[in-house]
Structure formats: structure tokens, C-alpha cells
Write a protein that binds this ligand. Structure first.
Ligand SMILES: Nc1ncnc2c1ncn2[C@@H]1O[C@H](COP(=O)(O)OP(=O)(O)OP(=O)(O)O)[C@@H](O)[C@H]1O
Ligand SMILES: [Mg+2]
Length: 364
């Protein structure tokens, strides 16, 4: 091997300082993403520690880091070992964090039935499949749709020190208010009860270590929802809408609600967007298209993409095996993986940002 003496760690860090993380706006060395540099003659090896397992720029960053190291005179081989460490959310320090939980993602909608629970479940599964530790907290008082979608039916158990143990399926831990509410509980009692239950869940659940806790909120922007988003320490919120005008008007209400309580909005996702014919692949816009994106532009919040309306998504939900689990390679599951990447990327930016003031969400 032709070797040029004197490659040292400084040469490597100097080269890697030129590689920027486009999402976080800083270089890899400043971001403390380069660790454990080893040099053996002309062979250079290091760890690239990303801020999320679901990083959408993983390949790009890996290649740029490799090229930067390879460009150092005398380097003959470069080995990059890519891992991830999700940083702990620094947002909302006024609220007591949930023990063991690094980030919390609220999934909300201004209107019921837009696919919020479907998005919450598949987002959680997609994050878990990318390698993160994920929990799902279902605070929806109107029905146990998440336990059904997750295929979970067992009763909850408690630890010796009286902490609830989440149920687990598909690598995701789950706690649902549905586990605690009697089916006979009248709806008007459910609003006040959910607050007590959620308070109990925030402190009294043995989540273990979680990178992300996805929280399915009850639909709407009423008192119960407002109290929940004020009480739960939230890293950010994902707002689900469908393309119809009525849903979009309610999505705007949800944006305003989060703005009022200073919870950063991760973005809007448009569900049941267009129909893709399973036989011929023709795309049909059932409602007028592009409403989610227009709303996100108007309110200055990111647009996280679209999920098509396809019978398989509903069938998978009903059968307790979400589409991300049932056909991970299909286009629908891929839409959820893309969503997960964007959500995780935005959270990394929020976690790394010094200024936690949400910039999004102009009045309108
Ligand atoms: N992209 C989709 N394609 C086909 N069916 C879908 C899609 N998204 C959701 N659904 C179906 O629509 C119904 C409503 O979805 P879901 O329960 O997720 O909505 P929600 O907003 O959580 O409703 P709620 O307000 O009752 O909590 C379910 O039967 C679900 O399987
Ligand atoms: Mg729901």
C-alpha cells in the first residue's frame, strides 16, 4: 500500500468540517456527528452519528463525508460507520418531561375521520422500522381505534411500584385511554376523564427509553384538546387533513391552536389525497387537489406530503396489521416512510436549534 506519512485526526476533522448538514445548517464536526476517528496508514475510519435513524439525508451525508475524507492527500480507503443518536427535545422546558421520553409528536386534526389514527399508527411503525425506539399514546376518547389498528387486545399490567406497563406490537409500545374507559362511559364524561387519565399516563407509565412518543389526540380544537396540548410536553405537532375545504378550514383552526400554546408545528400531511387505481395505476383526484399544500404555504408551516386513498390502508387498519407492517415495500407504506423521515428530520432541527421560538404560523 502506498502510504503518505502524517495523516492525523486534525486532517480528517478539517476535511469533514467542509461537509454541511443541509437540514441543520451546520457542518458535521460542529454538530458532533463525527466520532471515533481511526487512522491506520492510508486507511481512515470514523463513525457518522446522525440525529435520527429515519434521516432522509442518510445516504447523501454518508457519501459526502466519505468523499471529503477520501480527498485528503494520502488517504487510500475510507470506512464510514453510520449510526444515530436521537437528541432529547429541549423544547418547552417549562413543562416536566415524560421520564425516559426524548421527543413527543402530537398527531392532530381539526376534524374527525380524516385518518389521524391511521397516520399516527403508521408513522410510529415507520419510525420504529427505521431503528428508533417508539411509543404510541392514544388519547382519543371516542373509540379504541388505535388498539384495533395495532392488533392489541390484552389488559394492561402494572409494575410492583404501580407503574403501567405499555402493551407492545410490531416493535411499538402502546398505551390507550381506551384501555381504561368503560365502553358504557357516557361521552360527556369522557372529556374530563381523559385529562385525569393522561395526567396519570404522563408520569405513571413505564415507557423505558423512547426516542419518539407519538400521541394521537382526539379530533377537533375544543377545550379537551386545548387542555391536552397545554399539559403534555410536546416537541411538535403533525396536522392531518384531507383535501376537502371543510377539513382544510378545521386544519387552520388546529394550526392556530398550536400557535397559541407555542407548540412548534412540524407540518401538515394530506391524507386520502388522490385515488390510485390498484388495477391500472391511474391517479384520480377525488377532491380538488393541492389543498393541504396551499394551506401549509398560506400559514407558513411545512408540507409533509400526501398519503393516497386506497382500500388496502383501511383493510390493514381494520385487520390490526398496519400497511407499513403488512406491505412495507408498497407505494402506500413508502409514503408513510417518507413522512417519518420528514418528521424525524424536522424534530432533529428543532432539537438542535438554540432558539426554540416557533417561527411558523402567520395569522390568516
Ligand atoms: N389513506 C387512506 N386510504 C383509505 N382509507 C383510509 C385512509 N386513511 C384512513 N382511512 C380509513 O378511514 C377511516 C378513518 O380513519 P381514522 O380512524 O384513522 O381517522 P381519525 O381521524 O383518527 O378518525 P377519528 O376522528 O374517529 O379519530 C378508517 O376506516 C381508516 O381505515
Ligand atoms: Mg382516531
Amino acid at each position: 500500500m502506498k502510504e503518505k506519512a502524517g495523516i492525523n485526526e486534525t486532517d480528517v476533522t478539517n476535511a469533514l468540517r467542509k461537509v454541511m448538514d443541509p437540514e441543520l445548517g451546520k457542518d458535521l464536526v460542529t454538530l458532533n456527528m463525527i466520532r471515533d476517528i481511526r487512522i491506520d496508514g492510508g486507511a481512515v475510519a470514523f463513525k457518522l452519528v446522525l440525529t435520527t435513524h429515519a434521516c432522509p439525508l442518510k445516504k447523501e451525508l454518508e457519501n459526502s463525508a466519505r468523499e471529503a475524507a477520501a480527498s485528503i492527500p494520502g488517504v487510500t480507503a475510507v470506512t464510514v460507520e453510520t449510526t444515530a443518536e436521537v437528541p432529547k427535545s429541549r423544547s418547552l422546558p417549562r413543562k416536566e418531561p415524560i421520564p425516559g421520553v426524548k421527543n413527543t409528536i402530537a398527531v392532530a386534526s381539526g376534524k374527525g375521520g380524516v385518518g389521524k389514527s391511521t397516520v399516527a399508527v403508521n408513522l410510529a411503525l415507520a419510525l420504529a422500522k427505521k431503528g428508533s425506539k417508539v411509543g404510541l399514546l392514544d388519547t382519543d376518547i371516542y373509540g379504541p381505534s388505535i388498539p384495533i389498528m395495532m392488533g392489541i387486545h390484552r389488559d394492561l399490567e402494572a409494575t410492583e411500584d404501580k407503574k403501567l406497563v405499555p402493551l407492545e406490537n410490531y416493535g411499538v409500545k402502546l398505551i390507550s385511554v381506551g384501555f381504561m374507559l368503560d365502553e358504557e362511559t357516557p361521552l360527556i364524561w369522557r372529556g374530563p376523564l381523559v385529562m385525569q387519565l393522561v395526567q396519570q399516563f404522563l408520569k405513571g407509565v413505564e415507557w423505558g427509553e423512547l426516542d419518539y412518543l407519538v400521541i394521537d389526540l382526539p379530533p377537533g380544537t375544543g377545550d379537551a384538546q386545548l387542555t391536552l396540548v397545554q399539559t403534555i410536553p410536546l416537541t411538535g405537532a403533525v396536522i392531518v387533513t384531507t383535501p376537502q375545504d371543510v377539513a382544510l378550514i378545521d386544519a387552520r383552526r388546529a394550526i392556530k391552536m398550536f400557535n397559541e400554546v407555542h407548540v412548534p408545528i412540524i407540518g401538515i400531511v394530506e391524507n386520502m389525497s388522490a385515488f390510485v387505481c390498484p388495477h391500472c395505476g391511474t391517479v384520480t383526484e377525488i377532491f380538488s387537489g393541492g389543498g393541504g399544500e396551499k394551506t401549509s404555504r398560506r400559514y407558513g408551516v411545512p408540507f409533509l406530503g400526501t398519503i393516497p386513498i386506497v382500500p388496502e390502508i383501511r383493510e390493514c387498519g381494520d385487520s390490526g396489521r398496519p400497511i407499513v407492517e403488512a406491505s412495507p415495500d408498497g407505494a402506500e407504506a413508502q409514503a408513510f416512510f417518507t413522512l417519518a423521515g420528514k418528521v424525524a428530520g424536522t424534530i432533529s432541527v428543532l432539537d438542535m436549534a438554540e432558539d426554540k421560538t416557533p417561527s411558523a404560523g402567520a395569522e390568516g
